[in-house]
Design a protein around this ligand. Sequence first.
Ligand code: CP
Length: 334
Amino acid sequence: MSQSIRHLAAFADLGATNAARVLAHAAQLKQSGAKPLLAGKSIGLLFADPSLRTRTSMDQACHRLGGRALALDVGASTWQLETADGVRMDADKPEHVREAAPVLSQYLDGLGVRAFSRTGTVAEEDADQVLQAFKRHASVPVLNLESAREHPCQGMADMLTVQEEFGACAGTRIALSWAPHIKRLPRAVPNSVLLSAAAMGCQISVAAPIGYELAPGVMAQAQELASASGGSVTQTRDQAEALSGCQVLYAKAWGATAAAAPADEPALANWMPTLAHFDQATANAIFMHCLPVRRDVEIAAEVLDSARSRVITQAGNRLYVQMALLAWLFGHEF
Ligand code: CP
């Protein structure tokens, strides 16, 4: 495998300096359109989990750069894939990533992979086994389309949205708040929002009930990024404290990090953002969420339908950020 291959399996593969360049390039692409930087290239998009935004925006990002995308539904239009090493493959997964990744690398110029956490455990999140296995065994660039640990395309698109709104990310006060849900959702999105915002110099307060704190490894990485960027990362169990003076309320449901359910989630229903939650925020504070969202379960419909909401803009920005990320992955400097 060539040493010069770029991957984006995790934010660490990109780093703060390249992230800033990608954001600037994405803003430029949004203003003035794209050049055919991917002409003649084909990108495989492997989905082990459903998607509306990522699937469509990646397809269009490839198309607008003059390349083509091939979406593959893992376990439906392809075989189920084993990614663990050393297992006897006598269950429901007839193909190993050790063969699949190098085979696909002969047909395709890049591989995007979506594979959510199956257990919700911190151990699975930290290992991020599927993306790391593709990164090890592919001989073409690998792009994370949401893994057990991270969703870097989402985090970067969200920073483009913040940059557009406030002129710059640095210094923007973001409340990243847990929200209720009927399911235990993965933590990849809040992890990536946190890492991208910390790298871009935002002041982030993470608000979550006891037992729902983001994993220590991600928090430590975010602290390190914030130290280097001049931003800050704090944690609180008091949602009102995080909301006080914030310019952005980014709310998202995620599952507990504690082994046992630490709190009765119905008792936490008042964590669902309503317009009243903005009372202590700045007057022009905006609301952000990655989508999909369950109205009046996770976020009050009155927030989603209000002038504060930027959820549609965020989703639109996925296209431009992914075009810029693809350009970076394929070695284009800007
Ligand atoms: N936000 C996001 O990644 O949306 P999809 O799950 O629809 O791709």
